[in-house]
Design a protein around this ligand. Structure first.
Ligand code: ZN
Length: 433
């Protein structure tokens, strides 16, 4: 694949991946097309050398692996992980609000969103809905994506708030409520269940059958190429679909004769990862252990695999912003388009392990992949990734890499077009070499 093909693949994942469930479903489609077989935790696994497998965990997390054609015990595990979630707004239960002629939805903030970037955008909603079924312990689960934008959070006019350009703090309960319709005139102000009805119509079910849902609002803008030579990609959800797509591509193209290549896609990174489908769960190590158990190897052999295994935590990094260069570390300056970031922080907010970093540098050098080292300014911090958390459950050499990004956690972010190819090639080489 060339540079533009990698970029186009990313943009089609952005279009399909409108909720963590839809990201996992889009990954699943790519894996199935490449001949991966679905497994389930609740079933026996009979794995074979040369096999390609995946399993979905609670809808929004997924693990996939390939076993080398000549896999034998003692071969290494190479693992790459990325997150499927992104900051935004989530719809609460009983969300309908009707006041002063407008219909609105009660929402809450998910993750560290830059709130004002959600104003005046065409918003849509996606996620999963649980429906009544004949079996109490197994409600029917349906995914929904409205696709067409139908909500927006309008700004307050500058004429009414003359101080707006001095900066505005938005109240998370009062000032982020989207409008999605007009109420009937002349009626009493009483919220009906207009959203539930709208959802039921979309799903072609009775509204009484809808029990619950996990629905998020997303920026319905498509991604675009910008710059005089299309050197930028401006798009929603680049954090972290750039990494998800690079890991999928790496797994499909980086097959080894020996060893196991494992990919993990976790939900809930933006809220701290410590959930059953987050990186702070035993999911990843349980999958690795089951691979060996299926080959008739016991727990001792599983623990032995930690010795030479390696984890690549793949997530976006901060690029130097030309308007705020003084916010950047004075000696580590990451610029869009100049290659992937290898992130280091002595606080371990990024998994910092000089052995793993050195391996990554040698992979990049062997393949001619540009890279830049990232470090925070000493008087500021800049977030964390799932690397350190995942490696506390699967304690192996770990390194944090990803594309540099501007406007991280805005409803629309900016990256260098060339960096997607660099990241996909780096993950592919990590699996293949
Ligand atoms: Zn991220």
């Amino acid at each position: 694949m060339n540079r533009m093909e990698h970029a186009e693949k990313l943009l089609s994942l952005v279009e399909e991946g409108t909720s963590p469930f839809h990201v996992a479903a889009s990954v699943e489609r790519q894996l199935k097309k490449a001949g991966f077989q679905r497994l389930a935790m609740g079933q026996d696994w009979s794995l074979e050398n040369g096999g390609r497998y995946y399993l979905v965990h609670n809808g929004s997390s997924l693990a996939a692996f390939t076993i080398g054609k000549r896999f034998a015990f003692g071969d290494t595990f190479r693992i790459a992980a990325a997150h499927t979630d992104f900051p935004g707004l989530r719809v609460k239960p009983s969300p309908e609000m009707e006041k002063d002629g407008y219909r609105q939805l009660n929402v809450e903030v998910y993750g560290g969103a830059i709130l004002n970037t959600w104003l005046d955008r065409p918003l849509s909603a996606a996620g999963r809905v649980t429906l009544r079924s004949g079996d109490i312990f197994h409600p029917e689960i349906r995914y929904v994506d409205f696709e067409k934008p139908f909500l927006t959070i309008p700004n307050l006019a500058i004429h009414i708030n003359k101080e707006v350009n001095k900066g505005v703090e938005l109240n998370r309960q009062k000032e982020l409520l989207p409008v999605l319709g007009l109420g009937p005139s002349g009626e009493e102000e009483k919220a009906g269940d207009f959203f539930l009805e709208y959802l039921a119509r979309k799903l072609r079910v009775e509204k009484e059958d809808i029990l619950d849902y996990e629905l998020g609002l997303y920026n319905a803008d498509a991604g675009d190429f910008l710059g005089m030579s299309e050197e930028f990609i401006s798009s929603p959800r680049l954090d972290n679909l750039t990494s998800v797509q690079a890991v999928v591509t790496g797994l499909l193209e980086g097959e080894r004769e020996r060893g196991v290549n494992l990919a993990a896609f976790f939900d809930h990174e933006e809220i701290g990862s410590r959930t059953k489908q987050g990186a702070g769960s035993v999911f990843l190590s349980a999958v690795a252990e089951r691979i060996l158990l299926s080959y008739g190897r016991g727990r001792e052999k599983f623990l032995e695999t930690f010795a030479d295994a390696m984890l690549l935590s793949v997530d976006v990094g901060h690029a130097l912003h030309p308007n705020y260069a003084d916010k950047n570390d004075p000696t580590n300056k990451n610029v869009l388009g100049r290659g992937i970031c290898i992130k280091e922080a002595s606080t371990q907010s990024y998994a910092t392990d000089s052995e793993a970093v050195a391996i990554m540098q040698q992979i990049c050098e062997a393949e001619g992949i540009p890279y830049q080292k990232f470090a925070n300014r000493s008087d500021g911090t800049s977030g964390s990734t799932l690397g350190s958390i995942a490696s506390s459950f699967y304690p192996v050499k770990t390194v944090d890499i990803g594309v540099p990004l501007l406007a991280m956690h805005s409803s629309r972010e900016l990256m260098g077009t060339a960096d997607q190819e660099s990241l996909a090639r780096a993950v592919t080489a990590f699996y293949r070499l």
